[in-house]
Design a protein around this ligand. Structure first.
Ligand SMILES: C[S@@+](CC[C@H](N)C(=O)[O-])C[C@H]1O[C@@H](n2cnc3c(N)ncnc32)[C@H](O)[C@@H]1O
Length: 211
């Protein structure tokens, strides 16, 4: 996963140029902006900072993290503002921060979390957020003929797919497609007001950490 996205960094944003997803992206941008007004945001797996840039004008501060300096270097070229900081950090081993955050964002990340690590990730993420903080995530669901084919399933029922980069390198990455019930169940352990919606290609979840 880490190596794949490091090597894909330079071409990653082509994902956002695909014409069939433009309507969803418009809706997702509004969905994010409406929810992060005046928030102090911790973002994990921020990648090239596409969603950091969307949230930046509305947020009070954003601490955007990713394990790959290569993706954050692309994020750094965006006009993010001095209230946004970019930090290299593993989503499962986040640094201690001086303050907790009022919102947590992780876009296109959940599909890459192994099923057996979902609770570990979520409780670790929550440990850096304030009680009552808003968690926002979205990811893709599987569309026959459009999604990259599933290459295998492991003993935990994680799904994998093979990706080939323009440089010819091939990677196998975890890419899970949870049902709404699964998302609801996982988030309900720590959160209330769990709201799930589906667009054409993406599901969204917003939830409030229990106080
Ligand atoms: C699908 S991309 C999503 C990037 C960005 N959130 C977006 O929506 O455009 C997944 C990101 O997860 C990052 N990543 C992979 N493993 C990670 C880890 N263990 N900790 C933090 N980031 C990780 C990759 O570097 C990549 O930028």
């Amino acid at each position: 996963m880490e190596a794949y996205y490091r090597e894909r960094a330079a071409v990653y944003d082509e994902f956002y140029q695909v014409s069939r997803r433009q309507d969803d992206l418009v809706a997702l941008r509004s969905w994010v902006v409406e929810r992060v007004q005046n928030s102090t945001i911790l973002e994990v797996a921020a990648g090239t900072g596409y969603w950091t840039e969307v949230a930046a004008p509305a947020a009070k501060t954003i601490t955007a993290t990713d394990c790959n300096p290569e993706t954050l270097a692309i994020a750094a070229q965006r006009s993010l503002g001095s209230h946004v900081s970019l930090i290299v950090a593993d989503a499962y081993q986040l640094p201690e921060f001086p303050d907790t955050f009022s919102a947590g964002m992780a876009m296109l990340w959940w599909s890459h979390v192994h099923r057996q690590r979902r609770q570990e990730f979520l409780s670790h993420f929550a440990s850096r957020l304030a009680p009552g903080a808003l968690i926002l995530m979205f990811d893709q669901f599987y569309i026959e003929g459009l999604s990259s084919p599933i290459s295998r399933r492991d003993e935990w029922n994680n799904l994998y797919t093979e990706r080939v980069l323009p440089n010819g390198k091939t990677f196998e990455i975890v890419k899970n497609y949870p049902t709404d019930d699964e998302i609801f169940e996982t988030f309900s352990d720590l959160c209330e007001h769990v709201e799930i919606a589906r667009l054409r290609e993406f599901w969204t979840v917003s939830a409030r950490l229990r106080r």
